[in-house]
Unconditional design. Structure first.
Length: 271
């Protein structure tokens, strides 16, 4: 029972027992002619030779585990029904017997978070470069090229919403986009938020995310935000600031209350 359970746990992260892989290889080998298959039978009194424990260990160390592509859609309903204590005992016992499993679990679950943080940092740099590209130009030049900045920022917005899946990452990306866009030169900022209504687009996207939020473990949100923020504010403080700032450029909007509704909805996720 214990071996079956361990084999199943390994299969969840892509480990396949060597015996199973050897069996697959044997099935793939071409069959030999019948004449070659007939071998002289060993005398009955001769004992079958088994590899020693040392040989088995050397073979295991040299072979390693075979890795299959990870199947995220595998049915693990029975595993989710286990209590936290049962899961804890299974995982700790497995890691004690097979320390390499801990490295696999760490790489699978934590490398993704590191990638998300780097992605947010890169997004901030990208938007900042666009927003400040006309800082050294004359006001007339800024006014004349404001549509270029507007087009580039809209492209970033659409690509950001297309690529992101998790609510936290999408929300942080929109906050960053709003923050850096508000640092555009005054001529560009006026065109971007008063004429093109870029702030309205951002706030509607944020509202959509919050109303369909798919994450409920929000306790580490502030820590993640601190890794990408340029000040000491929490993500909620930053969101509240950009909502209030953007609403001032959109005073004639019929649904201007959306700016405040976003703040109210986001409070339930701020802990």
């Amino acid at each position: 029972m214990a071996n079956s359970l361990l084999s199943y746990l390994f299969s969840l992260i892509g480990f396949v027992p060597i015996e199973q892989e050897q069996q697959k290889l044997l099935q793939q080998q071409p069959q030999q002619p019948q004449s070659q298959q007939q071998q002289p039978q060993q005398p009955q009194h001769q004992k079958q030779q088994y590899p020693s424990d040392e040989e088995e260990c050397e073979y295991l160390a040299s072979s390693g585990f075979m890795i299959e592509p990870l199947n995220e859609k595998q049915n693990n309903d029975w595993l989710f029904n286990l209590s936290k204590m049962a899961l804890f005992k299974i995982i700790t016992a497995t890691i004690e017997d097979y320390p390499q499993v801990a490295n696999v679990i760490y790489d699978k679950h934590y490398s993704k978070k590191k990638d998300e943080i780097e992605e947010m940092k890169n997004l901030r740099q990208q938007v900042r470069k666009i927003a400040q590209s006309l800082d050294k130009q004359r006001p007339s030049e800024q006014f004349g090229r404001a549509s270029e900045i507007s087009f580039s920022l809209n492209q970033v917005l659409y690509s950001t919403m297309t690529e992101r899946q998790e609510s936290m990452t999408s929300l942080f990306g929109l906050i960053i986009l709003a923050q850096e866009s508000l640092n555009c030169p005054s001529e560009v900022r006026q065109h971007l938020f008063s004429n093109v209504k870029f702030g309205r687009t951002i706030i509607l996207e944020i509202s959509k995310i919050l109303k369909n939020f798919n994450e409920y473990n929000c306790r580490d949100f502030n820590y993640k935000w601190s890794l990408i923020s340029t000040n000491d504010d929490t993500w909620f403080d930053s969101l509240q600031y950009v909502c209030n700032k953007l609403s001032r450029y959109d005073i004639t909007w019929e649904y201007r209350k959306e700016y405040q509704d976003v703040i109210v909805i986001s409070k339930r996720y701020f802990k």
